[in-house]
Write a new protein. Sequence first.
Lengths: 112, 112
Amino acid sequence: ETGVTQSPTHLIKTRGQQVTLRCSSQSGHNTVSWYQQALGQGPQFIFQYYREEENGRGNFPPRFSGLQFPNYSSELNVNALELDDSALYLCASSPGKDQPQHFGDGTRLSIL
Amino acid sequence: QKEVEQNSGPLSVPEGAIASLNCTYSDRGSQSFFWYRQYSGKSPELIMSIYSNGDKEDGRFTAQLNKASQYVSLLIRDSQPSDSATYLCALRLNSGNTPLVFGKGTRLSVIA
C-alpha cells in the first residue's frame, strides 16, 4: 500500500476528446509526478508539481497539462486525444528530495 | 545513446537460482538509483534504492552500484516463481527533487 490512489482505473475515449485523470497522495508528500507508460516501455516523465507549482516537464506537448491542489490531490488533463495517447498513466509522490517515488495503481487509457 | 539501458529479456532462471539484472546509464551526474518491480498490468513497486557505491542488501535482494563504470545491478537470491515480473531500473539525474528516468525494463521468468 503506497498511499497513492488514482481514478479512474480504466477509461476509453475517442480521438479529439479531452480527459482528466486524478491522483491523491499521502499527506505531507509535497511532490507529485505524472508518467506515461506505453506497452513494453518504461515510464516516461510528463511533468512534476511541488507545492502546487509545476517545477519540471518532460518532452510532452502543451495539450498535456496538470494541477496540484493543497489537499495533496492532483490532476492530469489531456486535450485533443490522439491514438498514441493510449497508455498507462502513473502518478507518483514522494515526501522530499532524493526520496524514492511511490506509484499509484495507474489509469489505463484507451483511445479509439 | 539512451540514458538508461537494460536488456529487455526475457531472462529465464530456474527456481532457487540467483537472478542477475543489469542496468547501465550514460549521465555521470546521476545521483540516486532505484529498482522497481512491475507485474503485468500493474504499476511499478519500489524494491530497492541505492545512493553510494557498493552493495546494499534487503532480504533476498542485493543492489550493486558502480558509479565509475556507470553500472547498477539487482541480484535476486533463491528466485521464486512469484518473482516473475518486469524489473525497471530508474535514476535521478541530479540531487534534489528531480523526476525519475527509467529504462525499458527486463522481463524475468522464474521457472518452477
